[in-house]
Write a protein that binds this ligand. Structure first.
Ligand code: SIN
Ligand code: FE
Length: 334
């Protein structure tokens, strides 16, 4: 899209004091797309017809009519942030009583009419809503038809060329304007296909781990950054000052490749109306331990070490002291 056609402006972006470059945009036939994907580098892919069948039709009315009778997962939040948490980790072996964790959002199941009505009736001060549901076989026949018309050759080609594992899910996101999915990483390859409205996506490479302070793996907020981008606490998270990332705004027809283990913060633009996205999540390919290791492989190793220590020590409180005793003065600079 040329600058003249741009359908949003910078006043619709939230303000963060972060150094950000632009993620490159390439037409889907440009060989640079695969060059970047092969190096696990994000790229915004334009001109593909991946979800064209949905772009032509999917809006709130159409989805309300055709999604079907099943219930959908909707998160409610008192503010614009929808920080993900893993319910299974609230009551886990390392946290048997589920203490000291207040879920930041409420998860509800509702039928699509209830959701659409709540969206329509929404007033300032009400809880915000965000529908996040894996597409499954309960959707109505029109949605199935649109889904079958997705460009499956396009995604199969990416999967095969880059040796990704199987497609695990397609998640449908229906967001209110201004909603934010705070910074986190996923353990899957992601083709993020925008259908309606505009989302700003801020990405950071896996080597920014130390600047982003992920919650410990046993914590319900595993994989989420502890840093509050709206009001960073530089005393607790001093290295966040050095963070460097990249960003883009995706609109209808755009597909963003979010590489496995890359951090991402995603915001539906302010005053831009609701947004609709479908993502394609693929398992990572076979692990190929070639040296030097890639940064995301090191993150995976750290996760495994953390999990193993939790398993044997049985108490998260013991992990810090043990690692400090092992490392300080032995593996640190003098
Ligand atoms: C979002 O679109 O809000 C989140 C998508 C993701 O984290 O993969
Ligand atoms: Fe994600």
């Amino acid at each position: 899209m040329s600058e003249e056609q741009k359908s949003w402006d910078s006043s619709q972006l939230r303000n963060y004091d972060i150094e950000l470059e632009q993620i490159p945009r390439y037409h889907f036939q440009d060989p640079k797309v695969d060059e970047r994907i092969s190096k696990n580098q994000p790229v915004l892919i334009t001109g593909s017809k991946l979800v064209k069948s949905a772009e032509e039709k999917w809006n709130l009315d159409y989805l309300g009519k055709h999604l079907g009778k099943s219930t959908y997962t909707v998160f409610l939040s008192k503010n614009h942030n929808f920080k993900y948490f893993d319910e299974k980790k609230i009551y886990s072996k390392s946290n048997p009583k589920g203490i000291e964790f207040k879920p930041p959002t409420q998860r509800l199941e509702m039928n699509i009419h209830e959701f659409m009505k709540k969206l329509k009736d929404w007033k300032k001060g009400d809880d915000r809503l965000y529908l996040q549901q894996t597409l499954n076989s309960t959707v109505g026949p029109s949605i199935v038809e649109d889904y079958l018309k997705f460009d499956w050759h396009f995604v199969a080609d990416k999967k095969n060329k880059h040796m990704w594992g199987e497609l695990t899910s397609n998640v449908l996101f229906i967001s209110m304007e201004g909603n934010v999915t705070p910074c986190h990483y996923d353990e899957q390859q992601n083709l993020f296909a925008q259908i309606l409205g505009y989302k700003r996506c801020i990405l950071f490479p896996p080597d920014q781990f130390e600047c982003l302070y992920p919650h410990p793996v046993y914590h319900p907020h595993d994989r989420q950054s502890m840093v509050n981008f709206d009001n960073p606490n530089f005393t607790k998270h001093p290295k966040f000052k050095n963070i460097k990332g990249c960003e883009t705004v995706v609109g209808p027809g755009d597909v963003l490749y979010i590489p496995i283990y890359w951090w991402h913060h995603i915001e539906s633009l302010l005053h831009g109306g609701p947004t609709i996205t479908v993502n394609f999540w693929y398992k990572g390919g076979p692990t190929n331990l070639q040296y030097p290791l890639q940064d995301h492989q090191k993150v995976s190793i750290m996760r495994n070490v953390e999990k193993m220590l939790l398993e044997v020590l049985q108490d998260p409180q013991e992990i810090g002291p043990l690692l400090r005793a092992m490392v300080l003065g032995r593996y640190t600079d003098p």
